[in-house]
Design a protein around this ligand. Structure first.
Ligand SMILES: [Zn+2]
Length: 288
C-alpha cells in the first residue's frame, strides 16, 4: 500500500507597505535581518515617539468617548494627560521600548532621585509631553467626534505580477495595513464648527467630489505621524502618499465601505517644534 504525499498548504504571502516595502527600500539587507530574520530592531527616537503618540491618542479618544467630563477641552496636562502618558509608557516598556532620555520623563513625583532627568522635580514636561498635550488640546475636539473606528486592520489581495506556475511562490499576494482612524461623515448630521470638516469642504477639488456623491455619507482616512512634515521633494513625502492611497484601496475592498473622499495625515511634531525641527524647517524654506 502506498501513502499519498500531502501537498504543501496553499499560503498567500502577505506584505505591508510600511513594514515590508518601505523597510526594504531603506535597506534591503537590514530588512532581511529585521523582518525575515526576526532580529530585534534598535529603537530610534522616532520609533518610540511614533508608538507613544499613537497609544496616547487612542487612549485619549477612549476616555473622551466614555466620560462626559472629558468632552470639555483643554485637558490639564497633570493629571489628565499625564496619567495616559504613564500608562502608555508602561505598555511600551513591556514590549521593550524604553523612552529616549531628554524626550520623556517617565517618573512621578514620588521618585526622589534624578534618574535620566536634570533634577528631582518630576514629572517633567519634556518635548514628548508638550506634543501629546498639544495634539490632544489642538485636535481632540475636532478629531474625536469624527472617529468611527480607531486602529482598523485591513487585508486585501492582488494577483501576483509575472506569475509563473511552479516557479512563483503563489498566484496571489496579500496586502495588510492598519489605519489609525476611519471616520464616516454624514452631511445631514455632521458636527458644526468642526475644523477638519471645514478644511475638507473648503478644498475645491474635495467639494466637487462630495457634491457628486450618490449618498450623503462619505469616509475620511486619518493617519497620525510622530514626526515633522517631510519636504515635498523628499522620498518620505511620496511614501506617505503611497500609504494613504494603499489604505484607501484596502478600505474600498471591504463590503461595508462607502466612498472615501480624502486622506489626512497629521504631522503632530509640528505642534511643538524642537530646535532641530526649526533648523530643518529653515533648510526646507531655503530649498523652496
Ligand atoms: Zn523627570
Amino acid at each position: 500500500m502506498s501513502l499519498s504525499v500531502r501537498g504543501q498548504p496553499y499560503k498567500i504571502p502577505e506584505y505591508s507597505l510600511t513594514g515590508d516595502l518601505l523597510a526594504y527600500l531603506v535597506c534591503g539587507l537590514q530588512y532581511r535581518y529585521y523582518s525575515r530574520g526576526s532580529l530585534p530592531p534598535s529603537t530610534p527616537v522616532q520609533l518610540w515617539f511614533g508608538e507613544f503618540i499613537h497609544g496616547v491618542m487612542e487612549e485619549a479618544y477612549l476616555e473622551w468617548k466614555q466620560s462626559q467630563r472629558r468632552k470639555r477641552f483643554p485637558w490639564n496636562w497633570d493629571p489628565d494627560i499625564r496619567e495616559i502618558e504613564l500608562r502608555i509608557n508602561q505598555r511600551l516598556r513591556t514590549r521593550g521600548l524604553n523612552p529616549p532620555p531628554r524626550l520623556f520623563c517617565p517618573y512621578d513625583s514620588s521618585f526622589n532621585r534624578e534618574g535620566w532627568c536634570s533634577d528631582t522635580n518630576h514629572p517633567h514636561r519634556l518635548i514628548a509631553s508638550e506634543r501629546t498635550e498639544a495634539a490632544i488640546n489642538t485636535w481632540g475636539q475636532h478629531l474625536f467626534p469624527l472617529i468611527d473606528d480607531p486602529e482598523v486592520r485591513l487585508k486585501g489581495i492582488r494577483e501576483m505580477p509575472n506569475y509563473q506556475p511552479g516557479i512563483s511562490r503563489c498566484n496571489y499576494y496579500g496586502i495588510t495595513g492598519v489605519i489609525d482612524v476611519i471616520s464616516s461623515v454624514n452631511l445631514q448630521d455632521a458636527p458644526s464648527g468642526n475644523l477638519i470638516l471645514h478644511y475638507i469642504h473648503q478644498n475645491h477639488e474635495l467639494q466637487q467630489i462630495i457634491t457628486n456623491l450618490a449618498t450623503t455619507e462619505y469616509e475620511i482616512i486619518i493617519d497620525y505621524k510622530g514626526m515633522r512634515r517631510p519636504p515635498t521633494n523628499d522620498p518620505t513625502w511620496q511614501h506617505h502618499e503611497w500609504q494613504i492611497l494603499t489604505y484607501a484601496w484596502l478600505r474600498s475592498q471591504q463590503p461595508q465601505s462607502i466612498s472615501i473622499v480624502a486622506g489626512i495625515i497629521f504631522y503632530l511634531n509640528e505642534l511643538a517644534l524642537s530646535i532641530e525641527d526649526l533648523r530643518e524647517l529653515q533648510k526646507d524654506i531655503a530649498n523652496n
